[in-house]
Ligand binder design. Structure first.
Ligand code: NDP
Length: 403
């Protein structure tokens, strides 16, 4: 029986609130807090109506540390689950340290002024969390998140050494809009327009954006052109599994999406530096976010499914072995259960499971940790029970370009 404070009432925050509400024996009291309180209230009243569970709400700017500390001290949660934006990660970690509360998030810290993805800033909190006897779990969505747990599960049960890791992420859904992003547009566009990067033979290899691509066959979906992009879990996975020789991340994009993205960049709307407009300072990508469809609104007519998994080649008992583990999630199922689209769902469910692991003491310890550092087994069990069942193929043809 524990209280949880969820920060962020966007697409992901809504799913987290729903999923926590479904487990009253673990999450005895839930508070949803965000910058715009009315969004929290809307979600709370929907959950009250559909699940009969009361959630309290609060308006808070997570960048106002004293206000956040005050809220945490008043509510006294066991855990703060951060699904606001990556810009707030460090400030929310600061507030947790001051209030003496554990922390979990789904995306690594990014400075607003530079699209730079690395764990260093958050790993630097290790000693401070240890000194306070607190635990911070980083990157517990689907990717990062489940992909790290899948890798840990593969390492524990299937391999003596992992050599090649390919994380493959396909969204074969159709939301019927000419252009929309599936999670926060600002964060999404910053992520997919950066240079590609992957790990090979002990060093990071850099590519031009979307330079490397190939069709990959996704279960129940078929072949989809997939692009090598950098994704944050590669950094922690190559650190925590040092036998990895090559680690890459692939994501599917439709031609229409890429064309829009190219135009957005070419006309300067993806800029993250402030410009003056009519005497007011605006950041073009933030203005763009204001005119694009809200990712949270895509759910109702979203058809199709996502497929995200890990394809791994390694050694077991001196012999080469392959392993593929994945989940397919239908947007419509996510809508029926949580009035959300599949990408918010596949992120929010693992965040709730991570919180469950921490509150039940299955994931314990002090300091700052990535998900693959814990026992993957209870988490894998919960994925099957909480809406993201996984499948696996052992020693199948991975169809990847191994040299
Ligand atoms: P949204 O933009 O839909 O929601 C973000 C929420 O955070 C909004 O409610 C927003 O409030 C709130 N917020 C923003 N700034 C502040 C602040 N200063 N103080 C308090 N609240 C604030 O984003 P998503 O729900 O799509 O994504 C949430 C997080 O999940 C992001 O960090 C994203 O990177 C991560 N993510 C992780 C994935 C994974 O698999 N690991 C996949 C997808 C997303 P307001 O409404 O007022 O703007």
């Amino acid at each position: 029986m524990s209280k949880i404070l969820i920060i962020g009432a966007g697409g992901v925050g809504k799913v987290v609130a729903y999923k926590c509400a479904q487990h009253p024996s673990i999450f005895s009291e839930i508070m949803l807090a965000s910058r715009t309180k009315s969004k929290c209230d809307e979600i709370a009243s929907e959950i009250q109506e559909r699940l009969g569970r009361k959630i309290s709400t609060a308006g808070v700017d997570a960048e106002d540390t004293p206000a956040l500390v005050k809220l945490i001290k008043e509510f006294q949660p066991k855990l703060v689950l951060n699904v606001a934006l990556p810009y707030q990660d460090l400030l929310i970690m600061d507030a947790c340290l001051e209030a003496g509360v554990n922390y979990l998030d789904t995306a690594n810290y990014e400075p607003k002024e530079e699209a730079k993805f690395e764990y260093k800033w958050q790993w630097d909190y290790e000693d401070r969390f240890k000194e306070k006897g607190l635990l911070a779990v980083l990157g517990c969505g689907f990717d990062p998140g489940v992909t790290g747990v899948y890798t840990a599960y593969a390492a524990k049960h299937h391999f003596d050494e992992i050599h090649y890791l390919d994380i493959i992420d396909c969204n074969a859904g159709d939301h019927g809009k000419a252009f929309a992003t599936n999670f926060n547009p600002e964060i999404n566009i910053r992520e997919v327009t950066q240079k590609g990067k992957y790990w090979e033979n002990g060093a990071w290899q850099i590519t031009e954006p979307h330079e490397i691509h190939m069709p990959i066959n996704y279960p129940n979906i078929g072949p989809k052109e997939s692009y090598l992009i950098y994704h944050e879990e590669l950094e922690s996975l190559v650190k925590n599994f040092p036998t990895i020789k090559r680690a890459r991340f692939w994501m599917t994009f439709g031609q229409e999406y890429l064309t829009h993205l190219r135009v957005i960049q070419n006309i300067g709307m993806a800029r993250i530096d402030p410009i003056m407009y009519n005497g007011v300072e605006i950041v073009p990508i933030q203005f763009l976010k204001a005119v694009l469809p809200d990712p949270g609104s895509l759910g109702e007519n979203y058809t199709g499914e996502t497929s995200i998994g890990c394809r791994i080649l390694g050694i077991k008992d001196g012999k080469p072995k392959t392993y593929y583990v994945w989940n397919n999630c239908k947007h419509q199922d996510a809508w029926d259960e949580t009035r959300s689209q599949g990408v918010s769902y596949t992120t929010g469910v693992p965040a709730m499971i991570g919180a469950m692991m921490m509150l039940q003491g299955q994931w314990a310890g002090v300091g700052v940790k990535n998900v693959e550092e814990f026992n993957p087994d209870p988490f894998m069990d919960q994925l099957n029970l909480c809406g993201l069942p996984w499948e696996e193929v052992i020693n199948g043809n991975l169809e990847m370009d191994y040299k």
